[in-house]
Ligand binder design. Sequence first.
Ligand code: SAM
Ligand code: DTB
Ligand code: SF4
Length: 330
Amino acid sequence: MSIIRNNWTREEVTEIFNTPVLDLIYQAATVHREHNDAQEVQVCTLLSVKTGGCPEDCSYCPQAARYQTDVEVHKLLPTTEVLQRALEAKEAGSTRFCMGAAWREVRDNRDFDRVLDMVKGVNSLGLEVCCTLGMLTEEQAQKLKDAGLYAYNHNLDTSEDHYEEIISTRTYDDRLNTLENVRKADISVCSGGIIGLGEKEEDRIGMLLTLANLPEHPESVPVNALVPVEGTPLEEQPRVSVWEMVRMIATARILMPKAMVRLSAGRVRMNMEEQALCFMAGANSIFAGDKLLTTPNPDVVEDKEMFQTLNLKPREAFKGAAAEKYEAIS
Ligand code: SAM
Ligand code: DTB
Ligand code: SF4
C-alpha cells in the first residue's frame, strides 16, 4: 500500500513523470485502486456568478479586462438565479457546485455578502459547495466557512519559475498564502493548474512537487488543458496531446493518492477513448454542463453515454467528509 507523503524530492517526481507512459498509467492505476473506488467519478458543475472585467493579467484568461475577447462582462448574478442553476445541476446528477467570480480578490462589500448567501443556499441543497473568487484573507475564509462553504478553488496554475511569464499582477506567494488561509478555516482545498501555457516539463514537475509537498495535500487537484481563447496572449498556443494530460494526471495520482484528480478544461477536444485513458491514469472527476465558466464543455448527453460505456458511477456528495458536519439543512 502506498503511503501518503509530503516530502517528495524533485528527482523522485521527475523519475515518476518520465516513466514510460504505459508503465506510468499502470502504476497510477494501481495507486488509484489502493486508495479509491476506480469506478467512481464525481460530476461537478461550474457557474460563473460574476463574469469578465477582471483587473488581473493572467495570460490564458478570457475574463481579464485588458484583453479583447468575446466574453460579455456581467455583474454578480442574483442569488435566486444561482440557486435555480444549482438545483438544475443537482437534478442533472452533479454533487458539487462551484461558483466562480472574475475578481482579483474578495472585498468586504455587499457583493461578498451576497456570495455568502449563495453559499448558504447551495449548501442547503445538499451539494458540496465550492467557490473560486480570487485571493482571500483568513477572516474572509472563515466567513465562507461559517456560511457552509465546503471547498475553495485556487490554482497554482504553473510552477513558481514560470509564474511571472503568465501573470504579473500577483505572485506565487500570494497564491500560497490564500491556500494557507483556506486551510486555516478548515475548508477543503482545491488547487491544480493548466498545461499548454508554453511551460517546460520541469515546470509541470515543479507545480506537482509544490502541491504534493504542501503541509496537507489538496483534497482536489484540477488538471486543465489550456483552452486558447482569441484575444488572449496565449491564443496561438498549440494544443496539448492526450499523453501530456495523462502524464500530469498519473503523476498527480501517484504523488497525492487520495486527492480527487479532476479532468477539467480541455475535455471538449478529447474523444471518449482519450478521456478513458485519463480515468485509467487516475482522474476521478469531471465538470459537466454545456459551459465551464465561459468556454464550451462536452454535451451532457454524450457524457451520460460515456459513463454508461465506461461503466463509471457518479460519486455521491461529501464522501469521506464527516457527514454530520455538512448535513443539508433542508
Ligand atoms: N479569479 C479567480 C482566480 O483566478 O483564482 C477565479 C476564477 S479563474 C477563471 C479559475 C481558474 O480557471 C484559473 O485559475 C485557471 O486555472 C482556470 N482557467 C482560466 N482560463 C482558462 C483557460 N483558458 N484554459 C484553462 N483553464 C483556465
Ligand atoms: C479549474 O481548475 N478549472 C475550472 C475551475 N477550476 C474553476 C475553470 C476552467 C475555466 C476554463 C476557462 C473558462 O471556461 O472560462
Ligand atoms: Fe481574473 Fe481569475 Fe481570469 Fe486571472 S484567472 S484574469 S484572476 S478571472
